[in-house]
Design a protein around this ligand. Structure first.
Ligand SMILES: NC(=O)c1ccc[n+]([C@@H]2O[C@H](COP(=O)([O-])OP(=O)(O)OC[C@H]3O[C@@H](n4cnc5c(N)ncnc54)[C@H](OP(=O)(O)O)[C@@H]3O)[C@@H](O)[C@H]2O)c1
Length: 286
């Protein structure tokens, strides 16, 4: 059966990889929503010559822009869409890693946090609200919002992450918005979930403007904490993280509505394994 997907925030990184993998499937149409098609050079290169990918303009921060994106998709799709994956987020390292004390003043902090909130927390609401009529007319009724462990209190306590404040807070708000939609749309047979990719190295499609910036010191601290907790060192490649997430999306059923899924790695699930390893080391078996 033909299936249609919209990937919102598809110019690079994880969103681009969703486009790559989904467009390789037979009978599949992909709508790649980006805020600036001309500057989305990695996407343009990846989909050159592909007839089943349509690049659509849409800035998640601007409701009018997302209304236009939904209208453009509707015109091409005959008014329906099976699945939407909202992936867009502000997550350049410099803004994302900041803690409460990393700003010049509280005023500067407020401004930066509100800016991130508009993209990371309100963005997914703009996406879902504007695409809902198309999704209602589709057959799969799946809404996937790419979340982050960084926006969960368990993860923050587990790795003692006192920085990454704005990112964590805006992703937490995003998770709540997603769960609210899950509850709202359950009677219509929708499955609405947050899916976390785990740690993914997206530097191969990083914009030139970010490439030569020094790594914020908080990154090394986070990695050291993760290592001390026995978590796997290093990040996954987008190919691997996206193929695991797509396997989870393919299998989604209404019984999972409202869940936070972590198909690549959930520190809370690996915790028992870490404890067992530690215990085995202590008794000299490893
Ligand atoms: N990478 C990780 O380790 C990791 C871990 C946990 C969760 N995540 C989540 O995974 C998702 C993707 O992350 P990533 O690492 O692939 O990030 P990324 O490489 O920085 O890509 C972010 C994407 O969002 C788009 N975007 C930003 N603002 C937008 C806007 N206003 N309207 C439309 N698109 C916009 C960007 O488009 P432009 O090219 O126009 O800027 C880009 O395509 C995010 O939701 C992030 O929170 C990532």
């Amino acid at each position: 059966m033909p299936t249609s997907y919209a990937i919102v925030g598809a110019s690079r990184g994880i969103g681009l990889e969703f486009v790559r993998q989904l467009s390789a499937r037979p009978n599949t149409t992909v709508y790649a929503v980006v805020r600036n098609p001309t500057s989305s050079t990695f996407l343009n290169e990846a989909v050159k010559g592909l007839k089943n990918v349509h690049i659509i303009t849409g800035d998640v921060e601007v409701p009018e822009s997302m209304r236009g994106a939904a209208e453009a998709v509707g015109k091409l799709s005959g008014g329906k869409l099976d699945c939407i994956i909202h992936n867009a987020a502000k997550m350049d390292l410099a803004s994302m890693m900041k803690g409460f004390d990393s700003y010049g003043s509280l005023e500067e902090m407020d401004e930066a946090m509100i800016d991130m909130f508009r993209i990371n927390s309100l963005g997914p609401i703009h996406t879902i609200a504007t695409f809902l009529p198309l999704l209602r007319a589709g057959s799969a009724k799946k809404i996937v919002v790419i979340g982050s462990e960084g926006g969960t209190t368990d993860f923050i306590k587990f790795l003692r992450v006192d920085d990454m404040a704005s990112y964590g807070m805006t992703k937490a708000a995003q998770h709540i918005a997603t769960t609210k939609y899950a509850m709202k749309l359950a009677p219509e047979g929708f499955t609405v979930v947050s899916v976390s990719p785990g740690l993914v190295d997206t530097t191969s499609t990083m914009p030139e403007s970010e490439k030569n910036l020094p790594e914020p010191p908080e990154v090394a601290r986070l990695m050291a904490n993760a290592k001390a907790k026995g978590l796997p060192a290093g990040a996954q490649l987008p190919q691997s993280a996206v193929s695991k997430m797509l396997r989870a999306v393919d299998r989604l059923s209404p019984s999972q509505n409202g869940e936070f899924l972590s198909p690549t790695m959930n520190p809370l699930k690996v915790l028992p394994q870490i404890m067992m390893n530690r215990a085995a080391m202590l008794v000299g078996r490893k």
